[in-house]
Design a protein around this ligand. Structure first.
Ligand SMILES: *Cc1c(COP(=O)(O)O)cnc(C)c1O
Length: 350
């Protein structure tokens, strides 16, 4: 037992299953059902491998520049990381360094409490209200920082920018992070608030809306001072986080804007259709502004439906957490995939 007393012990985050079966329908981790932009394929095929001999750009500058241009901010306001998990983890380490607890909703991305535990940051989980809503008043108590996704996950609930702004405005002495992993699917970004608040950090990812989960690209946008502090910590941790293919492919994905918008349009159209059909099948759910639906059934338990789907190689996400264990988080697949899922459910629920 001697050396074990000196070990940093953590309870790790449990990612969704990554099954890999021929013919499966994988709608459990909110990936995009469509491929990345065609330009990404071209870049991968055409990049001279001798380029990989050298270390990559430490700041992923070409990608930061492409993102800065796209979102109308300065390059110094953009931080790029290995998926938003890396960006958020570095941000916890950088910005959540006070004695007071950081705040986040009790039903939310389940990595937040894992990072807080890992870095020994005190935290308080704030219960959501009816219909999984976030209330700004709950975030007007002493705290060392705030993070929440908007839209929230796994609920899919979007809070109006006025709620987001009230939380930021009420907490000028701490950093407020808005995790916008799903905002492209119909929410409203907090980007316009950046000019007004220097304590706002917006985090985004290429994993969902840009169909590049496997490339591991995330980024944060905030004022220059925040980004500088974040970069200082990153350079004290790992200088060469972003690999060259990810940088090049990320730039290309941002350039292929028409493809990006068309992908979003398709996912949103499918989602709206699936909402109607799920309702007819006896499911209820908070209205979703994301690429998933968080649904519960009026008579059958989520766990049973989850197991039945799994037997048919249809993977959805079920959380073994008391308040939400009767819900399924169903990612939006292609129209064809969703037709198969709906046909199965129609039959199963008869
Ligand atoms: C998927 C997700 C992330 C992490 O995405 P990366 O693949 O690490 O970019 C972060 N926050 C929320 C709320 C997510 O759903």
């Amino acid at each position: 037992m001697s050396w074990e007393n000196n070990v940093r012990k953590v309870v790790p985050y449990t990612p969704g299953d990554q099954p890999n079966k021929a013919g499966m329908i994988k709608i459990n981790t909110n990936e995009c059902p469509y491929p990345p932009a065609p330009g990404v394929q071209k870049v991968l095929a055409e990049t001279d491998i001798s380029k990989y001999r050298l270390y990559p750009d430490t700041t992923a500058a070409p990608l930061a520049k492409a993102l800065a241009d796209y979102y109308g901010v300065s390059e110094k306001q953009v931080f790029v990381g290995v998926g938003s998990d890396d960006v958020i983890s570095m941000s916890f380490l950088t910005f959540f360094h006070g004695d007071k607890p950081i705040l986040f909703p009790d039903i939310t991305y389940s990595f937040y409490d894992v990072w807080a535990e890992l870095y020994r940051i005190p935290y308080e989980m704030i219960p959501l209200h009816a219909d999984f809503r976030i209330h700004a008043e709950d975030y007007k108590r002493p705290n060392g920082g705030i993070i929440f996704p908007n839209p929230n996950a796994p609920t899919g609930v979007f809070e109006d920018l006025s709620v987001v702004e009230e939380i930021i405005a009420s907490n000028p002495d701490v950093v407020v992070m808005v995790d916008e992993a799903y905002v492209d699917f119909g929410g409203q970004s907090a980007l316009p608030l950046l000019n007004k608040y220097d304590n706002l950090l917006i985090v985004r990812t290429f994993s969902k809306s840009r169909a590049m989960a496997g490339m591991r690209i995330g980024f944060a946008i905030g004022n220059e001072k925040l980004i500088k502090y974040l970069s200082d910590v990153k350079f004290s941790f790992n200088s060469y986080t972003m690999n060259l293919p990810s940088i090049l492919c990320g730039v290309e994905a941002v350039r292929n804007d028409a493809y990006f918008k068309e992908t979003l349009r398709k996912v949103i159209a499918t989602r709206e259709r699936v909402k109607k059909e799920l309702k007819e099948l006896g499911f209820t759910f908070p209205d979703s502004y994301t690429n998933f639906i968080f649904a519960t059934h009026k008579s059958r338990s989520a766990k049973d439906i989850y197991e039945a789907l799994k037997v048919r190689d249809i993977y959805v996400r079920h959380f073994n957490k008391p308040e939400i264990d009767n819900y399924l988080r169903i990612s939006i697949g292609t129209d064809e995939e969703m037709d198969t899922v709906l046909a199965f459910l129609r039959d199963y629920l008869k």
